[in-house]
Design a protein around this ligand. Structure first.
Ligand code: ZN
Length: 295
């Protein structure tokens, strides 16, 4: 299933839905018809008992009765997870990226964080004050979305705690990131964590460690790699995190970026007003955002 969050234009209400082609099933809407209480929020959905089965039943009911069906054209897409408790990110995690930068392969994952308030959705504007930062960069990433509370889980069982996968752009203000001595400010500007377009449930992603991943700026491909270059797999990352802190449903795990980010290019490529940046992962679709100054 492809689970996103949507709003009917002008309604002010949002809900989680399953997209099937150009049609979206409202899970709370179809669920209510089928006698199933399904929350509006995806993090809450993933935390619920037997959520996959409930969602499947709501979709079946919608297909049989027409209840809760919407045309994608009538909807605005929102970030598929709106309010993660945590946004955990991994630094160097692609072998080809390490080789490009002449970095040694790390022995253990280097974690950092983005504030959850940085999360925004597909089609949303990435905004910043040009007086605050002049070096804004993109990072295409595969994002694992946690589906069950995970505390001290083994690598063998770690994938059972992943609800699905989405695409993320780890937008980074390089001057703040590198000037501050630590990264949280440069990584956490409002709108600097676009995710989407949907969470593709884990059962539909055969091998998350063998997916093409790319970034394009105004149509030019600048990152082009595969998650087969991961240094640490999703199972290792989830287990590693869970031994330090409890992961909860809706938490986002950004799994690092391949070579080709703007700041390390010759000459450097930086995002500017009016730019369109698209990041994509095989099987998950593409996530496009435009850039604007917020001054
Ligand atoms: Zn990153």
């Amino acid at each position: 299933m492809r689970i996103g969050r949507y709003t009917e234009r002008g309604s002010g209400e949002s809900w989680c839905g399953v997209r099937i082609g150009e049609t979206v099933v409202s899970l709370p809407g179809a669920g209510a018809g089928a006698g199933l209480a399904i929350p509006d929020d995806t993090a809450e959905l993933f935390g619920g008992w037997r959520w996959r089965r409930k969602a499947e039943m709501a979709v079946e009911y919608a297909e049989e009765t027409g209840t809760g069906l919407h045309s994608l054209d009538d909807l605005e897409r929102l970030a598929p997870v709106s309010n993660p408790e945590k946004v955990v990110c991994v630094g160097l995690n692609y072998r080809d990226h390490a080789e490009e930068g002449g970095h040694p392969i790390p022995d253990s994952p280097a974690l950092f964080s983005k504030f959850p308030t940085a999360v925004t959705g597909p089609g949303a504007t990435i905004e910043w004050d040009p007086d605050l930062t002049e070096k804004v960069d993109y990072e295409a990433e595969l994002v694992a979305v946690i589906g069950r509370e995970a505390r001290r889980v083994s690598e063998e069982e770690a994938l059972d705690y992943v609800a699905g996968f989405t695409i993320g752009n780890d937008v980074s203000a390089r001057d703040l990131q590198h000037g501050d001595g630590q990264w949280v400010r440069g990584k956490s500007l409002d709108t600097f964590a676009p995710i989407g377009p949907e969470v593709v449930t884990a059962d539909e992603v055969c091998d998350p460690e063998d997916l093409a991943i790319w970034a394009e700026l105004n149509g030019e491909r600048l990152q082009d790699s595969s998650t087969s270059n991961f240094i640490f797999g999703i199972d290792e990352l989830v287990s590693f995190c869970s031994h330090a802190f409890t992961l909860t449903p809706g938490d986002l795990l950004f799994t690092g970026t391949p070579p080709g980010v703007g700041v390390y290019r010759e000459p450097p490529v930086l995002l500017g007003e009016g730019d369109e940046v698209t990041v994509g992962v095989e099987g998950l679709g593409e996530l496009t955002n435009t850039c604007a100054f917020d001054d």
